[in-house]
Design a protein around this ligand. Sequence first.
Ligand code: DGL
Length: 277
Amino acid sequence: MKHSSWRIGLFDSGVGGLTVLREMYRQMPSESLLYFADSARLPYGTRSRREILQFVREILDWMSAQDVKMIIMACNTSSALALEVVRKEYDIPILGVILSGAKAAVKQGKRIGVISTSATAKSHAYRQAIQEINPQTEVWEIPCPKFVHLIEQNQLYTDYTRNVAQEYLRPLIARKIDTLIYGCTHYRHLEKTIRSLLPVSVEVIDPAEYIVVAAKKELSLLGLRNEQFPLPTRFCVSGSPEQFANISQQWLGYYPQVTKISMGEISSSMMALNPVE
Ligand code: DGL
């Protein structure tokens, strides 16, 4: 039996999901949170569907054992490649970012650009979700494989990052998009650069804002909104806690306590025996 005072679990490959965590603080300040970054296995965006499914199942197994009442995939790649499959496997509400982002974008525009990891772009999850709502909408999905590393290395405002962003956005600007979706949770961290390169008329959609609205609704329906004072956020990573804490500080506004957990040891050795396609 889940309890309303339990935490909401969020996960991503790295610091991208902090954009969702920040929205949680803003829109649902009374909830207690558990954040997991699978930083030892980052990036997810170049992985196969099979690998993503395996990582996601491991994270969900672990999170389900931590007294969480809901899990948010604060990662588009996991949402695109694994959500539909794993949702049926766990007795806990699991939310992904894509549908919320697609719904918000369709309300805004008809010519929609999506920037994302290669895996998300290849899955066409956004195009599918958007055109299911409005088949008249045009959608262009652009993979941006360099962004995640640049963000994780805290290269947010360098000339190099700006040039990379310019190259990625060029084809979308040429198509005269009216709306741009951050199809990877990391990308909001590049907001200043991205917005400065786009025509001012382009509406920018961050699915993080809308997934939190959806989570709030669902918790209310389930009668699971927290009524008590929230616990401090628990941060866990599979990679280096110091590295995560150092870079996260600027977005959190405090230096987080981060614990390393040893997820992935089993899967890494399994994968060595069974290389993925
Ligand atoms: N932030 C994730 C996403 O939204 C994953 C990025 C990565 O590890 O490639 O897709």
